[in-house]
Design a protein around this ligand. Structure first.
Ligand SMILES: [Fe+2]
Length: 215
């Protein structure tokens, strides 16, 4: 990008200046007046504005998925909100959002990943997300946070389906973080996060030792 109003246009292209720029690069430096030329003057959005209707799209599609998708095999019964600008699993260039449904008696198996995540409860009352052994009960408008690399599972022990909006920031979505690959790990012995059944204090002890042994 060239912009006559930017300082780069004012420093000119004198041979000694260009030689100096090359010299500083050899020392692991960069002439700041060159870098300014690649910074845009205003944000350039890469996403498209888009609306997903809860009543016309999200909820009816999830109800269809209830019969078709086994959450144990799929790990999660979710539908990702795909921004039309990307045509891939991305809602914005840094975030991924979805709707996830859990039927009565189902457990979305325990796992953890390097992406941080949140869950915003939409429909249903009394299900729970267990984060590192701590059960977090979910009512409409509840917000549950699962920090990076924390074990979590989701259980619906109520008598009605529940739906929430999960969101995350997987490294793969952000160009600045692509060199740090997203990792995920599923708990091998059961569907529940370690420590979920015991009292909180016991769960903390269990998690402390599990963290050392986890494969
Ligand atoms: Fe997760």
């Amino acid at each position: 990008m060239t912009d006559a109003n930017r300082p780069v246009a004012q420093v000119g292209h004198a041979p000694e200046l260009l030689l100096f720029s090359e010299e500083v690069r050899r020392h692991g430096l960069m002439a700041g007046w060159e870098f300014q030329s690649v910074l845009p003057n205003e944000p350039i959005p890469v996403e498209q504005a888009f609306r997903w209707s809860w009543t016309e799209t999200l909820r009816p599609m999830m109800v269809k998925a209830y019969d078709l998708v086994d959450p144990v095999k799929a790990e999660r019964r979710n539908l990702i909100l795909v921004n039309p600008a990307f045509q891939r699993a991305a809602t914005t260039h840094t975030l991924i959002a979805a709707v996830q449904g859990v039927l009565p008696g189902e457990i979305a198996p325990a796992h953890r990943h390097t992406a941080g995540a949140l869950r915003f409860m939409i429909e249903g009352r009394g299900s729970s997300t267990t984060v590192n052994g701590e059960p977090c009960f979910m009512d409409p408008a509840s917000l549950i946070l699962t920090p990076q690399w924390s074990w979590h599972d989701h259980a619906n022990e109520t008598d009605a389906p529940v739906i929430w909006l999960p969101g995350g920031d997987p490294a793969a979505l952000s160009p600045a973080r692509r060199e740090s690959p997203a990792l995920r790990r599923r708990h091998r012995s059961s569907g529940r996060a370690p420590g979920v059944r015991g009292p909180v204090a016991a769960a903390r002890l269990s998690l402390g030792s599990y963290g050392e042994r986890a494969p």
